[in-house]
Design a protein around this ligand. Structure first.
Ligand code: ZN
Length: 131
């Protein structure tokens, strides 16, 4: 069980529901405006014509952004599930309570700061893009 009171849980639940709605819409728009199969077909069609056109097609379909949205969506749905089972707000790794302030800033957080930091260091995600 967590330290969150009913009002805090409701606040976070609404935040998560908003997030899920927004992400679903974003993903739907992104996939609709340039489906992978459609883009591939166009790229094949244009192959002999213009390399620049193909390059711009590939950049217009921001696969990385869609994947990011999708993994965020999964995290939000998982958080809602945990919220309904009262497992929410507790670090899945060490069982420490995650402060309400941290959850409000990042409602999909499933790890406490200590575990998240360790995890990011382990998987090399802390530095963000390495360009
Ligand atoms: Zn932890």
């Amino acid at each position: 069980m967590t330290q969150l009171n009913a009002e805090q849980r409701l606040t976070l639940q609404n935040q998560l529901l908003d997030l899920v709605t927004r992400l679903r819409a974003e993903i739907a728009v992104a996939l609709h405006s340039a489906g992978p199969a459609e883009t591939l077909g166009l790229a094949n069609h244009l192959q002999d014509i213009d390399d620049d056109a193909i390059a711009s097609l590939e950049t217009s379909l921001d696969v990385a952004a869609i994947e990011r949205d999708m993994s965020e969506l999964r995290a939000a749905e998982l958080a809602l599930e945990r919220l309904s089972k009262s497992e929410y707000g507790v670090c899945v790794k060490c069982g420490a309570e995650i402060p309400f302030k941290r959850l409000q800033a990042s409602p999909t957080a499933s790890h406490c700061v200590a575990c998240q930091t360790r995890d990011e260091r382990l998987h090399g995600k802390a530095g963000g893009r390495s360009l």
